[in-house]
Design a protein around this ligand. Structure first.
Ligand code: NAD
Ligand code: FE2
Length: 385
């Protein structure tokens, strides 16, 4: 049980539009922001998949004047955000439409904010939290993973200072999350697996987080049920719209949960692994998920039981629900073929101490149910090497 005396506040108010074909509402949603023009942020993958064209056609048909920045890179950089902001400033007042995965959503938050702060650059992120408002943002996720549509910050690589910066502001938390599962039908199986595991980890880490409360737990438990059921189906058959829809809703709920509760050590290690090797976020998480759950079990028996029940696990004969949860996660991850040893992810053995140190120092780790020492993280990393 989470402590009933824990204080918390809830600010999930953003409009959510969910359903196949809902993308057609975009012109109306833009008008509801008070703007009649749109600045669309997207990436080359969405162009290649034909999704950007589908959406731009809807804007053209409705007579919505628009401009596009389509050069966001995976793990976007401050350079990306600055270039997008320069184009958006040139275009003038508009609603910003972020069309893509977490990378695009994150970059678009920075772009929106910089338009409201004409003298700032993305590298000023640390002082922009109390700056002027950005442009209103409509988030249209095309992966079912990060839940980035639920919060007002983006993770961006400052390529000059060689560090990750959090760029954000309350005004760039999306005012609408437009969740249309049709937009995810073409996501390839490997990307479906990696982004889906990210969403599953959000649910599991949110359940076990020190910051969990009744709201986050309710969202996270439902998220784990929906993701556990739909992820293998969407991975096996990407054209299964029912599975895509369930997965998208599950990932969104997991995002709502983590925004309220915080996460834990799987994300701490995942961030450090990505920083050192460039491994995609979900693949980095999958590499250590079960091992971190085993490490955390002494402090997370109850949340792991909740996770196991949410995954539909048969009651274990020995009553060890936590072990059953780990086994269920191992089976799910195995079916997705997403877990790789660290040596296959480009992590030289000599990098492990730096990855362990990075994981312990990452603020996300502070919510872990069992706080690790560097030596303990190194042991986990060595086991999965
Ligand atoms: N702000 C947050 O709360 C938050 C949380 C977690 C992660 N993130 C960030 O999100 C990023 C990862 O996002 P992601 O996992 O969604 O991946 P991504 O946005 O990097 O996309 C991965 C690839 O998939 C392609 N793609 C996306 N949707 C597609 C579709 N429907 N069909 C075909 N191709 C498609 C993209 O073009 C891209 O090449 C990282 O930069 C991470 O730091 C942010
Ligand atoms: Fe994540």
């Amino acid at each position: 049980m989470t402590d009933p005396l824990t204080s918390w506040s809830l600010d999930t108010v953003c409009r959510v539009e969910f359903g196949p074909g809902r993308i057609e509402l975009l012109p109306e949603l833009i008008a509801a922001t008070g703007h009649h023009r749109a600045f669309v942020v997207t990436d080359p993958g969405l162009r290649a998949a034909g999704i950007a064209e589908r959406v731009l056609k809807i804007l053209t048909a409705a007579g919505v004047e628009h401009a596009v920045y389509d050069e966001v890179a995976p793990n976007p950089s401050t350079g990306n955000v600055d270039a997008g902001a320069a184009r958006a400033r040139g275009f003038g007042p508009a609603a910003v439409v972020a069309l893509g995965g977490g990378s695009v959503l994150d970059a678009a938050k920075g772009i929106s904010l910089l338009v409201g702060n004409p003298d700032a650059a993305a590298a000023d992120a640390d002082r922009l939290w109390e700056a002027a408002d950005g442009l209103p943002l409509i988030a249209v996720p095309t992966t079912s993973g990060t839940g980035a549509e639920t919060n007002g910050f983006g993770v961006v690589e400052d390529t000059t200072a060689c560090r990750k910066v959090y760029i954000g502001h309350p005004s760039v938390k999306p005012c609408v999350a437009l969740l249309d599962p049709e937009l995810t039908l073409g996501l390839p199986p490997a990307a479906t697996a990696a982004t889906g595991i990210d969403a599953l980890v959000h649910g599991i880490e949110s359940l076990a987080s020190r910051g969990a409360n009744a709201f986050s737990t309710a969202y996270a438990a439902q998220a784990v049920t929906m993701i556990g059921h739909s992820l293998p189906l969407a991975h096996r058959d990407g054209s299964d719209l029912q599975a895509r829809a369930e997965l998208m809703m599950g990932a969104h709920l997991a995002g709502q949960a983590l925004t309220l509760s915080g996460l834990g050590l799987v994300h701490g290690i995942g961030h450090a692994l990505t920083a050192h090797t460039g491994t995609p976020h979900g693949v980095a998480l999958a590499a250590v998920l079960e091992e971190v759950m085993e490490f955390s079990t002494p402090r997370a028996r109850e949340p792991y039981e909740r996770a196991a029940r949410a995954l539909g696990v048969t009651p274990p004969a020995d009553g060890d629900w936590a072990r059953a949860a780990v086994a269920a996660v191992r089976e799910l991850s195995g079916a997705l073929d997403v877990k790789r040893p660290l040596r296959a992810l480009g992590a030289d053995r000599s990098l492990l101490p730096a990855i362990a140190a990075g994981a312990v120092a990452d603020a996300v780790t502070r919510n872990a149910p069992r706080l690790p020492e560097e030596r303990e993280v190194l042991e986990i990393l060595t086991r999965v090497y």
